[in-house]
Design a protein around this ligand. Structure first.
Ligand SMILES: [Fe+2]
Length: 272
């Protein structure tokens, strides 16, 4: 039976070759399965992202990937940083990477692709619904927006040129459209349930920007005979069933985290 390996948060830039974790990194990305699905945060650099995905395309029969928030700050080819651009333009830019990738490496941007006769995968980056802080932390909305502006403007992209709510609506529509097409596997970088936020970050208002309440999406996917939802962002690995769907997060994470946690999980799944 064919198999698929789920990973995320490869953060290739943090693992220069020749350093002490390079061997572990390489072994993590050697095939344990026929197919590979990557749930975002591949690299902060255009060339590195292309190189890594091209290498992986040679190792696996096919690779499926969605971008993560790190991929959105990827420098343009001439290394002019995209930092001062809007989120929407950043997303459009990352999709240009696909033109440089081999035919068996597929960027999922609302698409559903057949992997085998009976198994399909759909995906998109996803986004946040901005409600975690209000509903779980009882924070007031103006505080949430203030933190969102400061986080994105300082670390990522210009809020003044972005419309967060419009972006969420667009991503929600994409996820709904994917699920209507009844994929076996769904993939987003952002976490599709508030309960997936690690307890270490549970009281942090910034957690609101990386998760959404996907309860209805999960239920709909279950009704449509879906099996797995692969996500990333958080750097702790977990497998958790919510509303009938097995949610899988299997990140590589940063070097200091690998030194603490050791070898990452070799989770693979049989597909029909
Ligand atoms: Fe990450």
């Amino acid at each position: 039976m064919p198999t698929i390996q789920f990973v995320s948060d490869l953060h290739r830039d943090f693992y220069p070759l020749g350093k002490n974790l390079a061997g572990l990194y390489k072994s993590y990305l050697n095939p344990k399965a026929d197919f590979l699905a990557i749930a975002g945060d591949t690299s902060n650099c255009f060339d590195t992202c292309v190189k890594l995905l091209t290498e992986l395309g040679k190792k696996y029969k096919a690779v499926y990937w969605v971008p993560g928030n790190h991929d959105l700050v990827i420098p343009r080819k001439n290394y002019e940083f995209i930092k001062n651009d809007s989120i929407t333009n950043s997303m459009n830019y990352i999709f240009a990477i696909q033109e440089e990738l081999p035919d068996n490496v597929h960027l999922l941007n609302g698409d559903v692709i057949q992997i085998t006769e009976k198994t399909s995968i759909g995906g998109t980056i996803g986004y946040c619904d901005f409600e975690y802080a209000e509903k779980i932390l009882k924070a007031n909305q103006s505080d949430v927006w203030l933190h969102w502006q400061r986080w994105y403007d300082a670390v990522h992209i210009r809020l003044s040129r972005s419309d967060g709510e419009a972006l969420w609506k667009m991503q929600l529509q994409k996820m709904q459209s994917i699920i209507e097409q009844k994929p076996t596997i769904m993939m987003t970088h952002f976490m599709p349930h508030y309960s997936l936020v690690h307890k270490k970050y549970a009281s942090n208002i910034l957690s609101s920007f990386f998760t959404f309440d996907g309860s209805n999406l999960l239920s709909d996917m279950h009704k449509n005979s879906g099996k797995y939802w692969v996500c990333g962002h958080t750097h702790d690995a977990f497998q958790k069933n919510i509303n009938g769907i097995d949610i899988v997060c299997n990140p590589f994470g940063y070097p200091d985290e690998r030194l603490i946690f050791g070898k990452p999980s070799d989770w693979t799944y049989s597909i029909e």
